[in-house]
Design a protein around this ligand. Structure first.
Ligand SMILES: [Zn+2]
Ligand SMILES: [Zn+2]
Length: 287
């Protein structure tokens, strides 16, 4: 058995590498079986990949990446203070009992600015115990994870975020990626939109792995936007259709089976919910 791994980058390299798989297939006996696996791919991408690698009448086994315990919402960003102060307040109040969150940024500078905001706002309480040396990762409540972060530091952050520790918030770029499986993240916040729905679903899917109610918040109006694919742009500009439907209709096997309160589905559905939970302000974070 041979295993070929291709890291998905959406560009020409990706297509060129996939074409090579087609070449390899031509060297194999006709009865050789090929299995292609992916974590998150839209139906359109899956069909494109099948075509490029020369699959015909393939058996497709897929499940929708939609998780009913994640609420999707969009919030217009105004200032770091207005957006993140509720999290600072909760960190000051609950310390290491505060629910965990990941803040995704597209740009390194945003990542650094948001991390510094938390550090400044928390002051002496940036660490547990208060006023402990901030250079010791184990003391910190908030940390930063970028592609340029030292591998040793990256490994320590992932380890701390995966077990009982002080670490509550990670401010990260997309480098905080595929191999991450932290069970108790209740909120994933995007400071600006990813360019495609696959990335958005993968990154928001890091919330609620323990099955508990979680939230995926997309902050818009952050100033800079990179090229956005049509499906992601539809998600971002939508104001009337359920966000869950808009997002997961891009993927195989999605059928609306959400049966919880509308206010825990998405901010669009929340507008027409009349359940007893509706007293909670859903335009805000869980914190
Ligand atoms: Zn909805
Ligand atoms: Zn409700």
């Amino acid at each position: 058995m041979y295993t070929i791994i291709i890291h998905y980058d959406r560009g020409e390299t990706f297509r060129r590498l996939l074409l090579r798989i087609g070449e390899i297939r031509s060297l194999l006996p006709a009865h050789a079986k090929i299995m292609a696996l992916t974590a998150t791919a839209t139906a359109a991408l899956r069909m494109e990949v099948s075509k490029i690698v020369g699959m015909r009448d393939e058996l497709v086994v897929s499940i929708s990446p939609c998780k009913s315990n994640i609420m999707y919402s969009m919030i217009k960003f105004s200032t770091l203070t207005e957006t993140f102060q509720p999290i600072v307040k909760k960190l000051l109040q609950d310390g290491a009992d505060c629910p965990r969150a990941v803040v995704y940024c597209k740009f390194l500078k945003d990542c650094a600015d948001i991390y510094e905001f938390f550090k400044d706002s928390l002051g002496a309480n940036f660490t547990i115990p208060a006023n402990a040396p901030t250079s010791v990762l184990e003391f910190r409540l908030v940390d930063m994870f970028m592609s340029c972060t030292d591998q040793e530091v990256k490994d320590s952050i992932i380890k701390l975020f995966s077990k009982t520790s002080n670490l509550r918030v990670i401010v990260a770029t997309m480098a905080f990626g595929m191999e991450i499986d932290c069970p108790n993240v209740c909120q994933v916040i995007h400071y600006g939109s990813p360019s495609d729905v696959e990335s958005y679903v993968q990154e928001t899917g890091r919330a609620g792995r323990d099955g508990l109610p979680s939230m995926a918040v997309l902050l818009t109006n952050v100033g800079r936007t990179r090229h956005m694919e049509k499906s992601m742009s539809e998600y971002v500009t939508n104001e009337t259709v359920c966000r869950r439907d808009i997002l997961f209709n891009n993927f195989d096997n999605y059928s609306r089976v959400y049966s919880g309160p509308l206010c825990l589905c998405c901010d669009v559905c929340a507008k027409s919910c009349t359940c007893s939970l509706c007293s909670i302000n859903h335009s805000s974070f869980f914190f």
